[in-house]
Design a protein around this ligand. Structure first.
Ligand code: HEC
Ligand code: HEC
Length: 622
């Protein structure tokens, strides 16, 4: 009896202590302290999640786990955050370059703040007076005054800034670069870089981070893209990185491998992490293998995390958040359009909440699930999915050493209209990626039953509904207009356009039509490829030196350029990489002319291209 009594007392004392710690730390239960696709209000009453495919934000009452309302916000919302301790929300509407402020209970729009391009992550100060928003492509942090709803400061953050979190005392911002996983701390008052934690040179796709309110640590998930290993057993790896925020030298950033963490369970594509209010538990969602992991945060500086529990969450989990009372963990399953409510203690299900209806056609939806899946039949050994290198159809910023040579990952924007695909035009339909699925990279069983046609041979379309769905999804990405031509072409871009269309430079002889490419889906013997002098000096090149003319639309955000990624600036396409004027005639151009030409290229597309239907309608072959 006595021992039972004392154990109960002990438990309530420790519970009391935990609550005390949570209450004393201003950050612990603060809504909007770190970016996520999901947030919980400071009072624990409301949850909001952004539905990228639906273009909405859904507000859920946590008292009964019922949807209160779904608010239309615009194309591709990403980060969502409660503002201070209020029930107002800030939403980063990535596809419309605006931050929308809305009232969660009634859905009323409070204001919209235009930003330069691609707002991704958003956090709010504890008092709700300021928002800080990362802009992905330009790599900036924008500070917004919530009273006047005006941007008041722009801080250069490093290219492709995505993750953002406020330090425990609100004096610092931690920001991640998407394509490097570099974490920087910015002193909010001065806007200067106060500290920096670089990852390994292969680190990639870090889109979010959280700060521990109790220990001097931040946590971010990312992958490694080992570009010299284009096979399934060594190319993509999942991690949680743990930078130590104390000033000083030495090993200041641990990296916890997530493929050996969960008792031998290999995971893929960690998307976001969540931390509990007292900083003792970390949760990680894997968007490729569909798990939720729960880990104990250790009070050491070497293990950092110890595996506690896991569950299969659902399709494509992209966000995880813990309630302020530490009782419930919420997981956002992006391709089930659901939020799961789970008990933090044992991850048992408390509720499953439908937060939006599937806005995709059933075919594109199926294809998207397959594209994100790192499970059979897509892969043999987990670790990797199509989306590991093509996240949301964007490039992974890498040049892979493929068996055919160096190949920079392309964007899928407008791909439906620019078949054939690959730099070498060696595939004429996305269904040909059955070869990738079955090949050394993914080692999957594949989607077609039986034999696959060779890439440029008879069509693989029509042989598997799943493979057709995968193609339908891959071909569903459209272009965003370039932020560099908002308000029209600049004078420099207009001069560049004149050069581009001049007979002398001759660019438009290949970069023609609405997508600025002459590439057409023709029979293999008639495929159009050009030797522009870029494929001769690489001993590893097996398919060159003639390549498919790439579209130039959307080029401003897809560096490095050329098939081998050796042009690290657009100017280098014409300077370093065009010594003999084989790639348009550019040797006569002066430095100003080149920079005008680059201004023009950066401004593409400045209007939505209208596909030439006749040209793209069918793969023309027997
Ligand atoms: C390890 C990284 C990686 C993985 C995994 C991957 N790709 Fe790719 N993908 C690339 C690279 C690199 C290229 C450029 C290759 C080339 O042009 O030869 C590319 C090109 C493409 C293209 C052509 C784009 C264009 O505009 O020409 C398509 C379509 C594509 N991939 C689809 C897929 C599909 C579908 C999967 C999954 C079955 C997949 N990829 C898996 C790296 C990857
Ligand atoms: C003879 C056909 C041809 C002409 C003329 C031509 N291009 Fe290209 N362009 C290509 C091909 C083929 C590639 C791909 C080469 C490679 O990746 O190695 C390419 C690649 C590019 C790229 C890199 C695209 C990317 O996504 O990395 C840019 C930029 C570009 N061209 C601009 C121009 C400009 C500007 C001109 C005129 C000065 C021009 N091109 C003239 C065929 C041509």
């Amino acid at each position: 009896m006595l021992s039972h009594f004392s154990r109960a007392t002990l438990r309530s004392v420790s519970l009391f202590l935990v609550t005390l710690v949570a209450a004393c730390s201003p950050h612990a239960a603060q809504a909007g302290a770190s970016n996520s696709l999901m947030d919980i209000s400071a009072d624990g009453k409301l949850l909001a999640c952004s539905n990228r495919d639906s273009g909405t934000v859904t507000v859920v009452s946590l008292a009964n786990h019922k949807v209160l309302r779904e608010i239309q916000v615009g194309k591709h919302p990403e980060g969502v955050s409660f503002i201070g301790d209020s029930h107002n929300l800030a939403v980063a509407v990535y596809g419309e370059d605006k931050v929308l402020l809305v009232s969660a209970p009634d859905g009323g729009v409070i204001g919209a703040v235009d930003v330069f391009d691609e707002p991704y992550g958003v956090v709010s100060t504890a008092d709700g007076s300021r928002l800080f928003v990362t802009l992905d492509y330009p790599g900036q942090i924008v500070e917004i005054d919530t009273k006047t709803r005006k941007p008041i400061r722009t801080i250069e953050a490093g290219p492709f800034a995505r993750g953002i979190a406020l330090g425990p005392k609100g004096e610092r911002l931690y920001v991640t670069e998407f394509y490097t996983s570099t974490v920087r701390a910015f002193d909010i008052e001065s806007g200067k870089v106060a500290d920096e934690w670089k990852g390994s040179s292969t680190d990639n796709l870090a889109r979010q981070l959280v700060v521990n309110p109790r220990r001097p640590k931040v946590y971010l998930s990312h992958i490694r893209s080992r570009v010299n290993e284009a096979h399934g057993s060594g190319s993509i790896f999942p991690y949680v990185a743990v930078p130590d925020t104390r000033p000083g030298e030495g090993s200041r950033r641990r990296r916890v491998p997530m493929d050996t963490f969960g008792q031998g369970r290999i995971t893929a594509n960690p998307w976001e992490v969540g931390i509990n209010p007292d900083g003792t538990q970390l949760y990680i969602v894997f968007a490729g293998t569909n798990e939720l992991f729960a880990a104990n945060i250790e009070d050491d500086d070497y293990r950092e995390l110890v595996f506690r529990r896991m569950i299969i969450a659902g399709n494509n989990p992209r966000a995880v958040r813990v309630s302020p009372d530490d009782q419930t963990v919420y997981v956002y399953n992006a391709l089930d359009f659901q939020v799961l409510a789970l008990k933090t203690s044992d991850l048992s299900n408390v509720a499953t909440i439908d937060v939006t209806t599937n806005p995709l056609t059933s075919e594109v939806h199926r294809g998207k699930i397959l594209f994100y899946s790192a499970l059979p039949p897509m892969v043999g050994r987990r670790w990797i999915s199509c989306s590991s290198c093509h996240p949301d159809g964007q490039p992974d910023g890498r040049t892979w050493k493929n068996p055919e040579g160096l190949r920079n990952t392309q964007s899928f924007a407008g791909m439906a209209y620019t078949h054939p695909v690959h730099w070498s035009a060696d595939r004429d339909e996305v269904q040909d990626f059955e070869h990738t699925i079955r090949g050394p990279l993914m080692q999957g069983q594949g989607l077609i039953r039986g034999a696959v046609n060779p890439p440029l041979g008879k069509l693989n379309k029509g042989l598997s509904a799943d493979l057709d769905a995968l193609a339908a999804y891959a071909d569903s990405h459209d272009f965003s207009l370039s932020p560099h031509s908002k308000g029209g072409l600049s004078d420099a871009a207009k001069r560049g356009r004149t050069i581009f269309f001049s007979e002398k430079a001759n660019c438009a002889s290949c970069h023609s039509g609405p997508f600025l490419t002459d590439s057409k889906p023709l029979s293999p013997d008639k495929l159009i490829r050009h030797d522009v002098g870029t494929g001769n000096d690489d001993p590893g090149e097996k398919m060159g030196p003639a390549y498919d003319t790439p579209t130039l639309l959307g080029l401003y955000r897809t560096g490095p350029w050329l098939h081998h990624g050796k042009a690290t600036t657009l100017a280098e396409v014409f300077t370093k990489n065009n010594p003999n004027d084989k790639h348009g005639v550019t040797s006569h151009l002066k430095e100003n002319d080149i920079s005008d030409l680059v201004e023009f290229l950066k401004a593409l597309p400045y209007e939505q291209p209208v596909p030439d239907v006749a040209r793209v309608s069918k793969v023309e072959k027997k």
